[in-house]
Ligand binder design. Structure first.
Ligand code: FES
Length: 157
């Protein structure tokens, strides 16, 4: 067991974790923070996306002990215009992927504003193609992609 502390959605949390426990399992099973969802548990769907110091990661691929002393934000700690935009544009159906989609979109906007280039598109701005590429790590089995992209475009003007 390793004793560690993280700030989760503004609250400092202390916990003992085995070194093999993922950040996702630590959040959900140890701290009861269930906004991040377990979809694939292998980095393929994005349902577990959280923000670490403002940058997005797949919590299922991260070991909790690596995040000792870091600040984690999950959907429970988010207050962002994207949330209302998702409602306005029907950016979800069943809602299972939505916490990850919104956290990912917030992280994506931070990456874009920090000048991180897209791996594929050469769009000069954050247009639809660029958003789709940058959000391609977040799957929606209901297929609400058009609404998700519209919601993101709504808040980016
Ligand atoms: Fe982490 Fe699918 S549960 S990427």
């Amino acid at each position: 067991m390793t004793e560690m502390r993280m700030k989760v959605n503004g609250s400092v949390e202390s916990l003992d974790v085995e070194p093999w426990v993922s950040l996702l399992d630590a959040l959900r099973d140890r701290l009861g923070v269930t906004g991040p969802k377990k979809g694939c548990d292998q980095g393929a769907c994005g349902a577990c996306t959280v923000l670490v110091d403002g940058m997005r990661i797949n919590a299922c691929l991260a070991l909790a002990v690596q995040y000792d002393g870091r600040e984690i934000t999950t959907i429970e700690g988010v207050a962002h215009p994207l949330q209302e935009a998702f409602v306005r544009h029907d950016g979800f159906q069943c809602g299972y992927c939505t916490p990850g989609q919104i956290c990912s979109a917030i992280g994506m906007l931070a990456e874009y504003e920090a000048g991180m280039p897209s791996a594929v598109t050469e769009s000069p701005g954050l247009d639809e193609a660029e958003i789709r590429e940058r959000m391609s790590g977040n799957l929606c089995r209901c297929g609400a992609y058009n609404g998700i992209v519209d919601a993101i475009m709504d808040v980016t003007g």
